[in-house]
Design a binder for this molecule. Structure first.
Ligand SMILES: CC(C)=CCC/C(C)=C/CC/C(C)=C/COP(=O)(O)OP(=O)(O)O
Length: 295
């Protein structure tokens, strides 16, 4: 959601009004996405670096605005109810002021059973923080004796991300299909670096976020649909590559692996059992963390 300040400046408005318009643009965009069948929408609302902006004129107003939006989502507001949206907040929630993290946890809790669509709000987030979180989780797993260092793989690492769960947990969403960056900046600014690395369509749009319309979004969706077979092919290739790495790590153990990595239904040996037990504990802890600031 980039370009709120420049939008405000161009109109002679205070910065906080730019952010307020940005928050409204999110609800509108969400409505378009869900009507078109895009069931998971992830937005970059605040980076950990944004805390260094002016507290009074910018950070505090963003925090108040976010509290208000989270409270609205928590009460299953019109848009949440209309589309059955589960709201998830990814990031260093511990760094947020108490009213914001209370409201964020409440929104996650009160919408957790909504199962038609997912809104992920990244706040305060950076990809590098997320990767660090995953690495720390894995180190703890090894130190606690749940996991062997030999068990660590790309799949295990990515399942330890904030986004690493699956659709039936209240955290996690997996790979990104389309990434849209508004405001004309041509960089990713530490957003979903890992999740966007696997056949993701990345578009840089020359529009400030509050001015973003359906017509900015539509060409990207059409292009994605038209290239869907190449996307699937690239993803299958990637899965084959992971399987190859997996079986070559395990060829001394007479291990066999099918397409779905560590998912259920696979041949189970001691390593798979260990990994599944670890990932289950990770998912439970992450789900508990998502709602731990509920008042
Ligand atoms: C919970 C919820 C939905 C909250 C929404 C609050 C909101 C709209 C936050 C966006 C804040 C932000 C740093 C935007 C980026 O534009 P920028 O300020 O970097 O603009 P610039 O690129 O023009 O400087």
């Amino acid at each position: 959601m980039d370009g709120n300040r420049r939008f405000a400046k161009n109109r002679g408005l205070e910065v906080r009004h730019g952010h307020a318009e940005g928050a409204d643009a999110l609800e509108q965009t969400l409505d378009w996405c869900l009507k078109l069948g895009v069931k998971t929408v992830t937005v970059y609302a605040f980076s950990t670096e944004n805390f260094s902006r002016d507290k009074v004129s910018e950070v505090d107003p963003i925090m108040s605005l976010s509290t208000e939006k989270f409270q609205k989502f928590a009460s299953n507001s019109d848009i949440v109810k209309k589309h059955g949206i589960a709201v998830r907040v990814y990031g260093r929630l511990d760094l947020l002021p108490p009213p914001v993290k209370h409201a964020a946890s409440l929104a996650a809790k009160m919408t957790a059973t909504n199962s038609n669509a997912i809104l992920n709000i990244c706040m305060p987030y950076t990809s590098r923080e997320e990767i660090l979180y995953a690495v720390r989780t894995i180190v703890r797993g090894v130190e606690d004796g749940i996991l062997d260092s030999d068990d660590i793989s790309q799949e295990v690492l990515e399942k330890c991300f904030w986004t690493g769960g699956n659709s039936d947990s209240i955290s996690g969403s997996g790979d990104v299909d389309i990434l849209l960056r508004t405001s004309g900046e041509v960089r990713l600014s530490d957003f979903m670096l890992w999740q966007a690395s696997n056949a993701c369509q990345i578009k840089f749009l020359n529009v400030y976020w509050p001015d973003f319309t359906f017509w900015h979004m539509l060409p990207s969706l059409i292009q994605y649909q038209m290239s869907y077979s190449q996307v699937s092919q690239a993803r299958n290739q990637h899965q084959k590559h992971l399987n190859y790495l997996f079986s070559s790590r395990n060829n001394d153990k007479n291990f066999c692996c099918t397409g779905a990595g560590y998912e259920e239904g696979l041949v189970v040996d001691a390593q798979v059992k260990r990994v599944m037990r670890f990932l289950d504990a990770v998912r439970k802890e992450r789900d508990a963390d998502a709602i731990k600031y509920c008042p």
